[in-house]
Design a protein around this ligand. Structure first.
Ligand code: GLY
Length: 396
């Protein structure tokens, strides 16, 4: 029997999570571990942007000016990863491909080198561990790098995980923790009086819960029935990603994640233990389009080839495009919205996989105790005026 075909009591839980990507699943799993009854509604739980993502845990190498507050949350989540993975792998009986391999960010010309020097200065000001290397030292670490590499940053704390395996493990962990999975589309939010009360499915079934969590990634703003001022300001940002295979004679092709800015475009190469090499990613503001384009594939291969020329020998096994849930300040929206009973866990943009452990912890805490932990407060949905105005409109 599929869970969504179960008895009436499965239609009412303490918590209902809309969205079964890694953020929705980790919220559900952590809340269930805290003793709450939890359901997830998603036509394909375990899917979402994590199917496309490379899985870099790049708090330090993806640091940007103006994102120092987000850096704190990113570092907090990165620090949780080893224990989180151990607990999840134990709970699910599945591995998630976590590799504490570090990252090398390199420069190919004088402009890229200047960019990298600025990043290094910012990292140093933020107290982050990052070492400047000459081109020769970069190639000593990674012999497949192009001879023209002009220097780089060695960041031993930026690791990787396999997002598909992470999602699969979270799904099993949820099932084992008693989370009810409704494999269906949430058609609209239902609101009773001044409170969120759950969702109505396409077939008219209503699922109700004391607390509802909207964790639908880039689709979060599209749920019908959201009061207009509570609609989260998330937008889709397309990323095209390639997967290649490293045949045994070429291994180890790269020993760590290698990344660069090539003529202003970010490119990264993430080598997995299982012989997969993930190359990403474009960043395109094209609405809901998820077409893999010749231009996107060409640019990724061109830039990756400049970085690691031997890459063009490898079999190309997959091309895919996904949608990052971008927010106005590139940071997630976590915790209670202005509508009582409705929480948000969305807008994770470039950092969904990295922020999975801390999101699970803070969401489980607020769902259990009603209190959003201090470290998540800067990421309250109420920081955005539209959401604030909704709060003002709510009856006291
Ligand atoms: N964090 C990698 C990306 O968003 O492409």
């Amino acid at each position: 029997m599929r869970p969504s075909e179960g008895t009436e009591d499965r239609r009412t839980t303490d918590v209902l999570v809309i969205g079964g990507g890694v953020i929705g699943l980790v919220t559900a799993w952590r809340a269930a571990r805290r003793g709450l009854t939890v359901a997830v509604v998603d036509p394909e739980p375990g899917g979402g942007a994590a199917r496309v993502a490379a899985g870099m845990l790049a708090a330090v190498t993806e640091l940007h000016y103006g994102e120092e507050t987000l850096l704190g949350l990113n570092l907090s989540s990165a620090a949780r990863y080893p224990a989180f993975v151990a607990e999840l792998e134990e709970a699910a009986g599945l591995g998630v491909g976590y590799r504490a391999c570090g990252t090398l960010a390199v420069a190919l010309d004088a402009d890229d080198r200047a960019h990298l020097r600025e990043l290094h200065a910012l990292q140093t000001r933020c107290g982050l561990a990052s070492e400047w290397l000459s081109g020769r030292d970069c190639r000593r670490l990674e012999p497949m790098l192009a001879p023209g590499v002009r220097g780089g940053l060695r960041v031993d704390g930026d690791h990787q995980v396999d997002p598909r395996r992470l999602a699969a493990a979270l799904l099993v962990a949820c099932e084992r923790a008693g989370v009810v999975l409704h494999r269906a589309l949430a058609e609209r939010l239902s609101v009773a009086g001044d409170r969120a009360r759950g969702v109505v499915l396409r077939d008219g079934t209503e699922l109700t819960a004391g607390q509802t969590v909207l964790a639908a990634g880039s689709l979060s703003g599209r749920l019908a029935g959201l009061p207009p001022a509570v609609v989260p300001p998330v937008r889709p940002v397309k990323g095209q990603v390639l997967r290649l295979r490293i045949p045994a004679p070429y291994a180890p092709f790269l020993s760590r994640t290698v990344r660069a800015v090539v003529r202003g475009s970010h490119v990264y190469l993430v080598p997995r233990e299982n012989g997969e090499l993930v190359v990403g990613a474009t960043s395109e503001e094209l609405g809901w389009d998820t077409t893999v384009t010749a231009g996107g594939v060409y640019e990724l291969l061109r830039d990756a080839h400049e970085l690691v020329p031997g890459l063009t020998e490898l079999p190309l096994t997959e091309t895919l495009a996904g949608l990052r849930p971008g927010s106005p300040d590139n940071a997630p929206l976590l915790g209670p919205s202005a509508l009582p009973g409705l929480h948000l866990a969305t807008g994770h943009y470039r950092n969904g996989v990295l922020l999975t452990p801390v999101t699970g912890d803070v969401m489980a805490e607020v769902l259990t105790t009603g209190v959003l932990p201090d470290e998540a407060r800067p990421f309250s949905p109420r920081r955005f005026p539209a959401v604030l105005s909704a709060r003002q409109e709510q009856p006291a």
